[in-house]
Unconditional design. Sequence first.
Length: 812
Amino acid sequence: MKFGYFDDEAREYVITEPKTPYPWINYLGNEEFFGLVSNTAGGYCFYKDAKFRRLTRYRFNNVPMDVGGRYYYIKDGDTVWNPGWKPTQTDLDKYECRHGLSYSKFIGEKDGVSSELTCFVPKGTNAEVHKLAIENVSDVQKSLKLFSFIEWCLWNGMSDMENFQRNLSCGEVEIEDSVIYHKTEYKERRDHFAFFSVNAPINGFDTDRENFIGLYNGFENPQVVEAGMPRNSVAHGWSPIASHYIEVDLAPGEKRELVFILGYIENAQEEKWESKGVINKTKAKAMIANFDTTEKVDAALAEIATDWKRLLGVYQVSTGDEKIDRMVNIWNPYQCMVTFNMSRSASFFESGIGRGMGFRDSNQDLIGFVHQVPERARQRIIDIASTQFEDGSAYHQYQPLTKRGNADIGGDFNDDPLWLILSVSAYIKETGDWSILDESVPYDNDASKATDLFGHLTRSFNFTVNNLGPHGLPLIGRADWNDCLNLNCFSSDPNESFQTTNNKMGRTAESLMIAGQFVLYGREYVELCKRRGVDTAEAEKQIDAMIEAVKNYGWDGDWFLRAYDYYGKPVGSKENEEAQIFIESQGFCTMAEIGKEEGLCEKALDSVAERLACEHGIVLNNPAFTKYVIEYGEISTYPAGYKENAGIFCHNNPWVIIGETKLGRGDKALDYWKRIAPAFREEKSELHKMEPYVYSQMIAGKDAFKPGEAKNSWLTGTAAWNWAAISQDILGIKPGYDGLIIDPCVPKDWNKYKVTREYRGAIYNITIKNPSGVCKGVSSLAVNGEPVQGNVVPIQAADSVNEVDVVLGGKS
Ligand code: BGC
Ligand code: NOJ
């Protein structure tokens, strides 16, 4: 069953039934100000950091869920309704939520009144703009009462939820003309305030929640709305809100448009006040003036659309399969941009107070957006690398507001350093900007400890070399990519987190996933060294030794082992009772092509097909754990089939997909890709539960109670990795150091497709033909009619438009 449809032309997902199986959300904002908005206008917004600068309040764990957001109540006689259906849930004659690229539109119609609410964050602006159009589509006069509503968060998303003895006494507001200002803590240490404005005179307002809603009412029936009369309340402590009251009289056919702005302003210390106790509102007024007409708002909206057209234009495919095309051309790159902005901080599963920007996460996310915003990718790399330690290891996360690393979610994840090589090499391949390697970058944000970025990569590489275990394989530390494989943890205390608790200081537990990662990204490091004229003999020796160690100690007969535990016993082996095979080492060792000539990769991936693959995707391990294994940690805490315990962890499916392309098995690769691609799961929306336009972190695996049910949508490395898998390894258009590498691996029955790729300032219109029905292998390549040897399209002049003709298979 579906709850909407893709409007590819408009680049929107149109939800036509408000009762989706879960709130289906969208993100507003692409720079420093962001909003999360559900299909019923729920959610919240923040400036830069969802923990420290949260403008509006949001309650997770609420019942019913997803209440609180940008609410507009329209009172028409005795009927009260909302353009986004919630919170009144009054039946609408028409409901549509159009989630587009960085905006959401809510179209509601009731008893001859139609409304359209458009929410977005204009470029260069720290505000959400809400354009509300109300039209009388009946043939009688309408006297409507409109109430806006948002609830302020007392800035710190964490303390807002816990420190009530203080919170309920400190709220402060100011009201001037049609603008409600939120100035809690502005008088002392804060240099920022928020406001909610409307570009029309108001007939009243409320700023105190209990006055507006009433202590015994809810969002669905605020007492002020029921009475049809505002109280003009001024909040002193308790819970400050902002509500405008506007009388809207409409003749038949008449339409009124209003612009509401929910903005964030910073004032320098010496400019904070206009007069004693009165905020200096100069900047707020300037911001309001920027959007005081619908024309200005429409222009700002059009600017965002133009930006997206340009960003998505970098890679456009036409395969003839609309689902593939909409994933590649619209939704996958869109999700990649959102993960770039949010890392794992703020979604409907990430509370915005738990996690900042992850070291490993942000490096991996980069491969999904570097082609869209290369300059911002450059800055991101510098920010991430600046938190690295001198021995090459890393803080696991940093806070976006301060850009400082912290240990709040643990440390000593031994995969972390190697991801920096992935992101930096991806950046250079995309841009050709070798100068990044010469940038001086601090360690632990201490400028007195700095080397060039290349030095950081050397330390990343050497970190593994310096931390090998008894088999010459990399020590796992607290965990590798799989946060839940805690081989040194031995936790028996339910009050401690697996991520932060003290580890045993063992130097035995080793990871085959990091081994594959080291070989793969180590080779990349060697390539960078060569191009810089740095001697590579030692590094190559280390990589060769790692390959040998994997072959000698990391092969279980039919697949790669996953690890050695604290006692030196194999993990992910036929010897084990449960979890005999894991996905991560199969993915990484096959991507690194370890033992490919000897047939190990083929065998490993056949085992994946046999043991791990199912209808909904590839599970993480098999059989699932059914009991807690203290020497394995968090992985064995999850019920079978969920999350890291045999869930379909969508992030690592593309590792297998890419592994399949290394073997040239294009049918298998695309088949796996389709199993988890959200557009292909749209028909199963009731089961899948999450948005059909973005990936979820996890789909319940075959051992789960409800196989196929997804969770944790949006903020997942799945977006970037699937982008890499489909755009580079399946469709085969891959940025290289010397040009665009053409190396498709597609199903045999594909005979033709086209890709337009903007690359280093030039445009490449690439036509790929497959006359002899092969999966892989370029037999001829021509650029602008001229044959080119090999499969690399040399870099063409900036601004040139080039025709690239590729033929796969035997010579034709
Ligand atoms: C989850 C992991 C996640 C980690 C974050 C664990 O509970 O299972 O997926 O990476 O927490 O710190
Ligand atoms: C989610 C985390 O954000 C990521 O860093 C980790 O690799 C995966 N979970 C797997 O545990």
